[in-house]
Design a protein around this ligand. Structure first.
Ligand code: 5AD
Ligand code: SF4
Length: 441
């Protein structure tokens, strides 16, 4: 049993996020540790309202660092406003921190812990700053379900295969029963989690074997589950059946997160990703052909050992060509017990930072352009609570996984219809329509 320890600083908003962090960790099989020293995962949900708060937190962070020196496998994560305000500087100043995430990015922490888990110094950005907000109820309408553990890949940068072992899928009947239980408890949106979700089922005994597309179809039939998401698929296993499932299953959302990692076939080869730039672009073309409106997001690493200027240019042109709705961008960081950490030609930090900046510019510009297709449309939004930037407005998420801040009256957990009036790279803005949401599905 893995154990976590979470310390919360600051306002009620953070208290609420911490509740969700705990629930999410428990869903992933973690147990709360009594003290930091007993934890495998040490988390801080931070506040940056005053310098004092920072100082207090930093003293705690150093204590965690001391524990990590004794137990190097310990993972340290920092979320909340302090992390949001420093962004990538967190890692420059506190290199022992493994993951940082902005306020409310609990699901990103889940993705980090389960997908390429504990592998990167990942920073997950939040779309706006939060000051003070009223307390919120726990999110009874969203649930996570882990469909598999471990990973059979051998990505050269990734620590997961050495820490988590071979991939093991959970029994489909057990998964469906768990999801039925969640639905009975009021969950309307479920996220299926795994290191490589779309290779799900290959290791199951023949009589209970199901493909990932078949699993999605079974989950789609669970009454009460109105939205299904999953993360992360591997491009090599992204087949037409899963893409078709997005078109055919009413609950499966119009969003695919398809981590590319690099746009250069030679880098991909050294990363051992087992696909080329062309094959990845073929998958994207297949997605666009069947699902022209589907949101597409990705993960990209810059500064992998030996990445030349021209390799990096290939990543830029790929990002330009695909036009992602959003991306998580990472500076390559050598991880113990990985092949890439031993490679020659490690890239100097300043070069990595400069590349990241150029990449982020392309990602944001294309995401802003892509988001304009939503303006003028009416979209179904699952209400998540008050807007983080303006407590008089509401905030929710579309099926495309876009955050929407909008005017209207509704309760957390309601599905409403919103007319979209504006779009930036990260968020949409709109007004709630008086049209009732089409009943049921
Ligand atoms: N350095 C930088 N980024 C990494 N990731 C995984 N391992 C590393 C590493 N060593 C990124 C990948 C993955 C995401 C969750 O983290 O982009 O998809
Ligand atoms: Fe790591 Fe590759 Fe497995 Fe993802 S698929 S966890 S990147 S080895």
């Amino acid at each position: 049993m893995r154990r976590y320890h979470l310390t919360t600083f600051g306002c009620q908003m953070n208290e609420h996020d911490s509740e969700r962090i705990k629930g999410m960790l428990e869903a992933l099989g973690y147990e709360e540790a009594r003290s930091r020293a007993e934890a495998d995962l040490i988390l801080f949900n931070t506040c940056s309202i005053r310098e004092k708060a920072d100082e207090r937190f930093i003293a705690h962070l150093h204590e965690a660092h001391a524990l990590k020196r004794r137990a190097p496998e310990t993972v340290i994560g920092v979320g909340g406003c302090w992390a949001q305000s420093l962004k990538q500087e967190v890692f420059a100043e506190f290199p022992f921190v493994d993951v940082a995430f902005g306020p409310g990015q609990v699901h990103k922490l889940a993705e980090f812990l389960t997908s390429d888990s504990l592998s990167a110094q990942g920073y997950f950005e939040f779309e706006g700053f939060t000051g003070h907000l009223p307390a919120k109820r726990a999110r009874r309408y969203q649930g996570w379900v882990q469909v598999s553990v471990g990973c059979n890949c051998a990505c050269a940068y990734c620590i997961v295969p050495s820490t988590r072992g071979r991939e093991v899928s959970r029994d489909p009947d057990e998964l469906v029963a768990e999801i039925e239980q969640l639905a009975a408890d009021g969950v309307r949106e479920v996220t299926l989690l795994g290191q490589n979700v779309n290779s799900y089922g290959r290791d199951l005994p023949r009589d209970s074997r199901l493909t990932f597309a078949e699993l999605l179809a079974r989950v789609d039939l669970v009454p009460g589950i109105e939205r299904i998401r999953y993360t992360s698929p591997h491009p090599k296993d992204m087949r037409e059946d899963v893409i078709r499932a997005h078109a055919e299953l009413p609950a499966l959302c119009e969003h695919i997160h398809l981590p590319v990692q690099s746009g250069s076939s030679s880098v991909l080869k050294r990363m051992r990703r087992t696909y080329t730039r062309e094959r990845y672009l073929d998958r994207v073309a297949m997605i666009r052909e069947h699902l022209p409106d589907c949101a597409l997001t990705t993960d990209i690493i810059v500064g992998f050992p030996g990445e030349t200027d021209s390799d990096f240019e290939q990543t830029l042109t790929l990002a330009e060509e695909v036009g992602y709705d959003g991306a998580f961008t990472f500076i390559y960081s050598p991880r113990r017990q990985t092949e890439a950490a031993e490679m020659d030609d490690q890239i100097p930090h300043e070069v990595k930072v400069a590349r990241l900046e150029r990449l982020v510019e392309v990602i944001q510009r294309r995401a802003t352009e892509r988001a304009q297709r939503f303006v003028g449309r009416t979209l179904e939004v699952l209400v998540e609570g008050p807007s983080r930037t303006d407590a008089t407005r509401l905030r929710g998420r579309t099926r495309h996984n876009k955050v929407v801040n909008f005017d209207g009256l509704a309760d957390e957990g309601d599905f409403v219809i919103v007319e979209i009036t504006g779009a930036t790279s990260q968020t949409l803005s709109g007004e709630m329509s008086l049209l009732a949401r089409a009943a049921g599905r």
